[in-house]
Design a protein around this ligand. Structure first.
Ligand code: EPZ
Length: 416
């Protein structure tokens, strides 16, 4: 697995192309299982999570072909994955549950383990599938769902992104109409609904807290270009904020990043929305307060990159992480670079410091790894990030190349 060597860099200047969204592509790939027709996904990001999900879909019997910037998925004949390891490798694999159940009338997946940032239960997914008529049976560390799905009204106890996606997919082929109340409103939900609609699904309300799906007999193939990655764009905006300079984030959408852009403006960073993307310039100087919330609140996935920014602003910044129970592991690593951070349960208090110094640190999860790269860009000397867990490559396409192209001193070394 890789590690990254980052050296103090000048203010970043230039253009960064933003990749297709990981968190949009993964549910859309699972949605391709809902049809016997062919699905083409344009410009999928080159990420290990996408590769892992391709292996899982192949294990389900789908035909996968990647060529010329497109990913073709054909699920004419498919089955439940036999090898549980394929599912356990990545949490987003739980999203095959809805399509498998809707198409086959039976789905079995291992209960996804927790991960570094939290327990990651799937009770809301299972509660919703049960409301749709599925029988739920637990054994040997897995869960089996079976039964013909019929429309129902589902109330989510919390607006879970994955549960909303899974249930929306399952409901497209259920008998009758389904209402999902207290649904998640993230842009990736809206994109998935639009993708499913292009396959013939009947969905209204995506992007609001009530989504209505009218079941149909079958869905047909389609070609789809998913939205750009708002978390990558936000991470690169943070890279500009921590080093100063001027970056044009090609393909970034301001309407997907309002909360972050407001926070960066509060910190003194300038942002200009243009038809082709976002222009970000200037350094973050002022402290800020962040409370992570479900969309359209501040995204939990940008909490770690913004903490790297807070390390270098003047004054005291405060973070309240309300979504995941253990998402401050990057704080201890940032402290190794000289950051002054105090963590108490879900609150982190960051005293900005004029300088950081390079050290050996560890990427504990995907967004934490990105935060350490950002901090390394403005730490005296060299910062070596151990990414043995392969976290960074799961969610950031060629981050080292993209940052190097705008003046960042970032090298990726693959350990044997
Ligand atoms: C999605 O995860 C994203 N992943 C996450 O991005 C993101 O952080 C998260 O949404 C929140 O925005 C993908 O889209 C692949 P949730 P998901 O279900 O669907 C609890 C990244 O870095 N919960 O909205 O798993 C859960 O424990 C990743 O790209 C239940 O209690 O998130 C968490 O505390 C990390 N029961 C909260 O809800 C359930 O059945 C939010 O989870 C489901 C969730």
């Amino acid at each position: 697995m890789a590690h990254y060597a980052v050296r103090e860099s000048p203010p970043l200047r230039g253009e960064i192309p933003i990749s297709t969204s990981k968190n949009a592509v993964l549910p859309i790939m699972c949605g391709a299982l809902l049809t016997r027709g062919d699905v083409r996904i344009e410009n999928p990001p080159d990420l290990t999570d996408v590769t892992t999900l391709c292996s899982l879909l192949e294990a389900c019997g789908a035909r996968i072909h990647r060529e010329n910037g497109a990913l073709d998925i054909g699920a004419k004949d498919f089955k439940n994955p036999q090898d549980e390891e394929d599912v356990r490798k990545m949490r987003a694999s739980v999203l095959v549950l809805g399509p498998l159940l809707a198409r086959l009338g039976e789905a079995r997946i291992p209960l996804p383990g927790g991960c570094a940032i939290g327990q990651r239960p799937i009770d809301q997914h299972l509660k919703g599938m049960s409301a749709l008529g599925a029988k739920v049976h637990f054994d040997h560390g897995g869960v089996t769902l079976s039964g013909r799905l019929r429309g129902a009204t589902i109330y989510l106890d919390m607006p879970s992104v994955g549960a909303t996606e899974n249930l929306m997919m399952a409901a497209t082929l259920a008998d009758g109409t389904t209402r999902i109340e207290n649904a998640a409103k993230e842009p990736e939900i809206v994109d998935l609904a639009a993708f499913l609609t292009s396959m013939g699904a009947k969905i209204t309300g995506a992007g609001t807290s009530t989504i209505v799906i009218e079941g149909v007999c079958e869905l047909h193939g389609t070609t789809w270009k998913p939205i750009s990655d708002r978390v990558e764009a936000g991470t690169m905006a943070c890279a500009c904020a921590i080093t100063g300079g001027e970056l044009f984030l090609r393909g970034a959408r301001a309407d997907h990043l309002r909360s972050l852009l407001f926070k960066l403006s509060e910190a003194g960073v300038h942002i200009k929305d243009t038809p082709g993307g976002l222009l970000v310039f200037g350094r973050a100087k002022q402290p800020f307060e962040i409370r992570t919330m479900v969309y359209p609140g501040f995204p939990t996935d940008l909490q770690a990159p913004m903490m790297a920014v807070a390390c270098k602003t003047g004054g005291t910044s405060v973070f309240l992480e309300t979504i995941f129970e253990n998402r401050f592991m990057h704080a201890a690593e940032l402290q190794r670079l000289g950051a002054h951070i105090r963590v108490e349960n879900r609150v982190a208090v960051v005293e900005g410091t004029p300088y950081l110094t390079g050290a050996n640190v560890t990427a504990t999860d995907l967004r934490a790894g990105a935060a350490l790269i950002l901090a390394g860009l403005c730490a005296e000397g060299e910062t070596v990030i151990d990414d043995t867990g392969g976290h960074i490559g799961r969610g950031y396409e060629c981050i080292e190349e993209k940052l190097t192209a705008v003046g960042g001193n970032v090298k990726r070394m693959d350990q044997v």
